[in-house]
Design a protein around this ligand. Sequence first.
Ligand SMILES: [Zn+2]
Length: 450
Amino acid sequence: MKILSAAYVVPISTAPIANGAVVIDRDKIAAVGTFSELGKKFPDAMNEDFGDAVLMPGFVNCHSHLELSIMRGFLDDVEHDFFRWLLKIAVTRDQKLTARNIEVSALLGAAEGVRAGITCFGDIGRSGAAGFEALKKAGLRGIVFQETEFSPFDQKAAEDFAKLREKYWSLKSSETALVKPGISPHAPYTVSRRLFELITDFALAKGVKLSIHAAESISEEELMLANSGPMAEFYRDRGVSWQAPGRTSVEYLAEIGVLQAKPLLAHCIRTSERELELIGESGSGIAHCPKSNAKFGHRVAPFEEFLDKDLKVGLGSDSVASNNICDIMEEGRFAALTARARPDKKRLVTAREIVETMTRGGARALGLESEIGTLEVGKQADLVVMSLEHVAQLPINDIYAAVLFASSARDVISTIVAGKTIYANGRPSMIDESELKAEVKAISRTLRNS
Ligand SMILES: [Zn+2]
């Protein structure tokens, strides 16, 4: 048993505690309160005092693509054209990188997350296994959603589903208490209706979590509604026969029954009042990715409405190939500023709401709220410890404002998952970063020259 103490404890489930402490017993939280109270109650527990710092639930990044981390800054030349960007990703991943390269890429992303105080990822991977193993290696928690291949043809659905199911079972056979598999039907425009139905039936029968990209770009909406726009042209040029459902992505997913499986929907930028109702009624989640959305010029998602409708919303960095960094504090700051800057805003979203979204919100979105997301007795001991000593943070008047508006990954001093410290003293404890960095540089050199 140990007692961690600091100037502030922010449990999320209750008000912040000055001179607070958290008692950890193996992988679980045994008590939360002031240090003066808990020090007396647990006299034999070893005390680690972090001084001018804040202890809070670890950040949840509910939408990432760790396996693409090697492509940080590699696609910025085509990001003005979303479809070309998607294509460059696919060609690079499928034709230029080896399986080993993709493993290194995912580990790079995991190391970045550990340093940023992220304790849990909702990661999507075409390779699946790369992100899965990277989380295990780094000591992180997460759900890795095995992604579908390009599969818009009903005729191929049964065959593609059989392969997908095999990959899922393979991940499932090596799951751990911390890292579990899910499935990601990539998006309504790359997955056929039949394949969606097969995946949904499977998810409902076996209790498999799903995550889907939905309502992200204007070209997606044009393709879905009227088979027009750049994506439609691209499909026509390549002889892909596409029947527009005449519905937006969320309406379509509701209509064909996919929302019954309560998927985690990434982006949801272009969503109407009715679509938000469909998401809420079905109990589906949203991964809000404000930086990636803005970097592509995809517009600003109605985050304030997600909150006001009490939807299960968490934050996602998306891949660093678009973002270009994975830092949930920066993501939260961006969520606040873009929501407040919307011309149709009715109020200013608060720092407290967003810090909640970064922790409990992400846990709800991933369906893990009974295990993580707040500092409560009996929950998993997933914590971030953040220094409050940087001059750019001082003075501290409001702890939520300090965390959201004046802190970043720079300030993280310790990351703890299931009671185990996976980042401290400036380095991840389970990853050899010098070896990793050398491999990353070598792969990147080869990629640039290819
Ligand atoms: Zn994504």
